[in-house]
Design a protein around this ligand. Structure first.
Ligand SMILES: Nc1ncnc2c1ncn2[C@@H]1O[C@H](COP(=O)(O)OP(=O)(O)OP(=O)(O)O)[C@@H](O)[C@H]1O
Length: 247
């Protein structure tokens, strides 16, 4: 995790961000940055503010204070250009269950202004990336939870984003599918060279070499490489201690 430099802006920069739904703030002076092509886990218990932060990153909500940079672009100043660099997987599934995997991707491609051969090529590439080519014709309703999530990740990558945001993408999955999706996205980060920002409340989804931001009650309690944040103790114990201490 590095501070921004003039030559290489971070994939994601969050600076002094504050936000609340009413009088009370649910994000307070949140600051961190993620270097390009890194996997960063946003780890926080229920109610920490993870989904609220995602709402700000995707401009579904506006901050009270602070700034968000995407690949060197200011999200408030150049929202279209900044958003076009992002792929997003929300916590709640947004697949049309009555459409096939391919049709779900085609529909989304059209929304992104992608048609014809270009769209077909991108869809095939996205299906291959997520190991879904043999399920292209299957209705989303007939997929298991893990394959539905993979379809959403494939869809989020179709327009070639530099930054992939995932809000608790393994919620509701069985342990095997959860481990598989977590592994898959870590691999994508390496092979595709994209920056990944992954929200979770589950410590076992964080690899020792990942960047890590621990969020609790709207505040950043720790940030850095996960192994360094953990030190010589298991990350789970450090996380539980930190969140209990600040409660
Ligand atoms: N629409 C809303 N109106 C008012 N308060 C809200 C709203 N959405 C969230 N909150 C509150 O904001 C705080 C942060 O919630 P948020 O959903 O961002 O946390 P989270 O880390 O994503 O939690 P979870 O893992 O449970 O989804 C919580 O106290 C929550 O009750």
């Amino acid at each position: 995790m590095t501070e921004p430099t003039a030559s290489a802006p971070p994939g994601l920069a969050v600076e002094h961000l504050s936000f609340g739904y009413g009088a009370e703030l649910v994000l307070r002076d949140v600051t961190f940055s993620v270097e390009k092509r890194r996997f960063c886990a946003l780890l926080g218990p229920n109610g920490a503010g993870k989904t609220s932060l995602f709402a700000l990153l995707t401009r579904l909500a506006m901050p009270r204070a602070g700034r968000i940079g995407i690949d060197g672009l200011d999200l408030a100043g150049a929202p279209r250009a900044a958003l076009s660099r992002m792929g997003i997987v929300f916590q709640q599934s947004t697949l049309d269950l009555d459409l096939s995997v391919r049709s779900n991707l085609s529909y989304y491609a059209a929304l992104r202004g992608l048609y014809g051969r270009d769209a077909a090529r991108r869809i095939d590439a996205a299906l291959d990336r997520l190991g879904l080519r043999d399920r292209a014709g299957v209705k989303a309703r007939e997929l298991n939870g893990g394959h539905r999530r993979r379809t959403e990740i494939a869809r989020a990558l179709m327009h070639g984003p530099q930054l992939l945001l995932l809000d608790e993408p393994t919620v509701g999955l069985d342990p095997e599918s959860r481990a598989e999706i977590t592994r898959h996205v870590h691999a994508l980060c390496e092979t595709e060279g994209i920056t990944v920002f992954w929200a979770t409340h589950l410590v076992d989804e964080v690899a020792p070499g990942d960047d890590l931001v621990i969020l609790h009650q709207g505040r950043v309690l720790a940030r850095g490489v996960a192994a360094e944040v953990a030190g010589d103790r298991p990350l789970e114990a450090v996380f539980l201690d930190m969140t209990a201490r600040s409660a």
